[in-house]
Design a protein around this ligand. Structure first.
Ligand SMILES: *Cc1c(COP(=O)(O)O)cnc(C)c1O
Length: 386
């Protein structure tokens, strides 16, 4: 099945008992057993549930993996991955520009377990080569990055991790949340494990949280599946059902997100009150050629801008918008605006924020699928007040 068909049909056959076209929500914590230890594939919902089974099947299919594992949130997926992979004394190489919550987990939780967490600018692949040590266990990437939309050369970074001489083979993981599997297939580019915050584009309606790890190696699957049920950050049946409901329209939503975002990026690039527009689909983006090669069908729905003005002016602009809601998160059908310094990336220390470019005049726009002319009108009226 091709992408849009799989999103609607894979693992989603009508319920054999009743013919219900949409499989029911199996809102149960436990399952009747035939004899002690003998059951129909499900014993307790933390370990397995039909709604989670269906969602995991679809996500594996869409990312081109053999297995997917779902979690309560994207950060639940990240923490479960880290607890499964790391032993005290191990070393992690991670992109310096990652989601704020990822940065917070790695620096404030994982590092207290005596794991050496090293942030590097991965847009220069030789930095990764230089950072790898014999005890490096994981290379963790994000592309496009949040909120600066840097693009990493995934194949090149995977080749560096593969070629490194380390005690154990390095595992590579890429957070594919911003691209979604519709735009980018990291597993096909050689990455071992894809992380998704399904809260964003996959569920797509800002009404449910979730995370997933998608992979293609049987031994990684066994390790992670054991930790999934043992750590216990597994989603409830209704969250899985809602997420699967969102997945069905992923392809059509992503096309609109990308079209609207490109139109808005081009429009803002010409506006005199805007200092810079960061969007991988613009020719002015420093890694536009790489993005074009690595992503298929568009460049995503997030556009970041820097205004000509200070932090206070920038915050006022964000509040003057009427259609764009001032809120964290992204990837929903409705447009949102976020001030990274004061919101999503507040936990990143100020000097670190400044050094990577998360400045007071930076805004991150999550472009929804409303009529693009209404979105442009809204931006215009708020820009006119500056
Ligand atoms: C939101 C987000 C996460 C975390 O996901 P939650 O579901 O909020 O825990 C991780 N990575 C990226 C890129 C995100 O945008």
């Amino acid at each position: 099945m091709r992408f849009a068909t799989a999103a609607i049909r894979a693992f989603q056959a009508p319920d054999p008992e009743t013919g219900a076209v949409i499989p029911p929500i199996y809102q149960t914590s436990t399952f009747a057993q035939i004899s002690p230890g003998e059951h129909k594939g499900f014993d307790y919902t933390r370990s397995a549930n039909p709604n989670r089974f269906a969602l995991e099947g679809v996500l594996a299919e869409l990312e081109g993996g053999t297995h997917a594992l779902c979690y309560t949130t994207g950060i639940g997926a990240l923490s479960s991955l880290c607890f499964a992979l790391f032993k005290p004394g191990d070393h992690l190489v991670v992109s310096d520009n990652v989601y704020g919550g990822t940065h917070r987990f790695l620096t404030h939780v994982l590092s207290t377990y005596n794991v050496d967490v090293e942030f590097v600018d991965m847009t220069e692949p030789s930095n990764v080569e230089a950072a790898i040590k014999p005890n490096t266990r994981l290379v963790y990437m994000e592309s496009p990055t949040n909120p600066l939309l840097k693009i990493l050369d995934i194949e090149r970074l995977v080749a560096i991790a593969r070629g490194a001489k380390t005690d154990k083979p390095i595992i590579t993981c890429l957070d594919n949340t911003f691209a979604s599997p519709w735009l980018q297939k990291p597993l096909k580019l050689g990455v071992d494990i894809v992380l998704q915050s399904t809260t964003k584009y996959i569920a797509g309606h800002s009404d449910v949280l979730g995370g997933a790890l998608i992979l293609k190696d049987e031994s990684h699957y066994e390790t992670l599946e054991f930790h999934q049920k043992t750590i216990g950050a597994t989603p409830d049946p209704f969250a899985c059902w809602l997420t699967l409901r969102g997945v069905k329209t992923l392809a059509v939503r992503m096309k609109l997100h990308c079209d609207n975002a490109l139109a808005i990026a081009r429009h803002l690039e010409r506006h005199p009150a805007v200092e810079t527009v960061i969007y991988p689909g613009l020719e002015s983006h420093p890694q536009h050629a790489l993005a074009k090669r690595q992503m298929k069908g568009g460049y995503g729905g997030v556009v970041s801008i820097r205004l000509k003005g200070d932090e206070a002016t920038t915050c006022r602009f964000a509040q003057d918008l009427k259609l764009f809601t001032l809120a964290e998160s992204l990837g929903g059908v409705e447009s949102l605006i976020n001030h990274p310094c004061r919101m999503t990336h507040k936990s990143v220390p100020e000097d670190e924020r400044n050094s990577i470019g998360i400045t007071g005049n930076l805004l991150r726009l999550s472009i929804g699928i409303e009529d693009v002319d209404d979105l442009i009108d809204d931006l215009e009226q708020a820009l006119a007040r500056l």
